[in-house]
Design a protein around this ligand. Structure first.
Ligand code: KDG
Ligand code: MG
Length: 403
């Protein structure tokens, strides 16, 4: 089998998505998600100009060699744009392999390690009362694990909270990023009360998660982790700026709240210290941004040796193709922890045909050959790309901060 053509589809059914379609001489095609929120066209151009020419005429079954060719062939290595592009190609190749052999991808990468996958979704409100209402609605939908975020008094716009109470979408269309303001003190003083209320209202049976979105220092995380210990979080996510893996050593000495990190990582070299020193409990790298299934399987294997489980990033700003790949990955590996699932708006569902089943807070992987996600290319044409930026964040005195 030979790759004869590949194209990049940029569309915006509800939000911007970049997809690669790789075609073979046997008429089988594979799909890969190449969406990097806020920098979509950088990946699309990179694929078209540099990576697609390198895979034409290659045998799509040679995923290990093709991955190494693209990774080492760059010379400069790593980086979100590069690794997302490589990840999309790798994902599409596994889709082709599954379709060519008539099996779901999980059967090619380890088989079935479990029959259902625990998923978490988001519940958020402008204040504690509204958040409690949203958590209650989410529990009624059958979710067993919920990421809880709340507005903080005195901070006008905050990560994770949509002002109109609808779905949260941080990327805003326009010429420049939107600006938000942040106060760590206001946040730290408020957050324990939120989780105290949530536990009081809903008891211990529901898994609770929280995302600090990289805004704390190590010592502030230690304080937060300690203050949340009575509420037994499933995980506390992305507390510190994650470029510095040493940050976690101090945190780990002070709190037993489980830690998750990794949605902005793109290679094993971003987390090998965190894993091998057992400084985290969950690795959140996802298939698209982590360079595809080929490296992510190796990362999961390393993590498994050190008791670290997976919790793949799966927001609605990655396409259903990435979620499909995450579900095959999560089905096959031994150390699956949980899968993020925000759901998709109707326009996204109109374009992407997602064949995996969801029921009572769990995913059931599709038996469809390949990744189990197809795309309607004609419908995609209806939804034109428009540039959107993720926000930036400033402290109250104007200092540029982490978003
Ligand atoms: O595009 C940025 C989002 O993917 C990110 O803000 C979502 O932190 C996130 C999460 O945990 O889903
Ligand atoms: Mg996050």
């Amino acid at each position: 089998m030979k790759i004869v053509n590949a194209k990049v589809i940029v569309c915006s059914p509800g939000r911007n998505f970049v997809t690669i379609k790789i075609e073979t001489d046997e008429g089988i095609y594979g799909l890969g998600d190449a969406t990097l929120n806020g920098r979509e066209l950088a990946v699309a151009t990179y694929l078209e100009e540099y990576l697609i020419p390198c895979v034409i005429d290659r045998d799509p079954f040679d995923t290990e060699d093709i991955w190494n060719y693209l990774y080492r062939g760059v010379y400069w290595r790593r980086g979100a744009v590069n690794m997302t592009a490589i990840g999309a190609i790798d994902m599409a190749l596994w889709d082709i392999k599954g379709k060519a052999l008539g099996v779901p991808v999980y059967k090619l990468i380890g088989g079935k390690s479990r029959h259902k996958l625990l998923a978490y979704t988001h519940a958020q409100g402008m204040d504690i009362d509204e958040t409690i209402e949203k958590v209650s609605e989410t529990i009624n939908k059958g979710f067993k694990a919920i990421r809880v975020q709340s507005g903080v008094p005195g901070i006008e716009k905050i990560y994770g909270i949509a002002k109109d109470g609808g779905a949260y979408e941080p990327a805003i269309k326009g010429n420049k990023p939107d600006e938000e303001l942040w106060s760590t003190e206001k946040y730290l003083n408020y957050l324990p009360d939120l989780f105290k209320r949530v536990r009081k209202e809903f008891g211990e049976d529901i898994h609770l998660l929280h995302d600090a979105h990289h805004r704390l220092t190590s010592i502030e995380t230690a304080r937060l982790g300690k203050s949340l210990e009575p509420y037994h979080l499933f995980w506390l996510e992305d507390t510190v700026a994650a470029e510095n893996q040493q940050n976690f050593e101090l945190i780990r000495q002070h709190t037993t709240t489980p830690l998750a990190v990794g949605e902005i990582f793109n290679t094993i070299f971003d987390c090998q210290h965190l894993i091998t020193r057992q400084l985290i409990d969950y690795i959140r790298m996802t298939i698209a941004h982590g360079g595809g299934l080929t490296p992510m399987l190796k990362i999961a294997n390393l993590a498994g040796l050190y008791g670290v489980r997976t919790g793949c990033h799966g927001p609605s700003d990655l396409s259903p193709i990435n979620l499909g790949a995450c579900l095959h990955f999560g089905t096959a590996i031994n150390n699956f922890g949980i899968q993020e699932y925000m759901g998709y708006v109707p326009e996204t569902k109109e374009v992407f045909d997602f064949k995996h089943q969801f029921d009572e807070g769990h995913f059931y992987p599709s038996e469809e050959p390949g990744l189990g996600v197809d795309m309607d290319f004609d419908k995609a044409k209806k939804y034109r790309y428009e540039r959107a930026f993720l926000p930036i964040n400033r402290l109250e005195d104007g200092t540029l901060y982490h978003w």
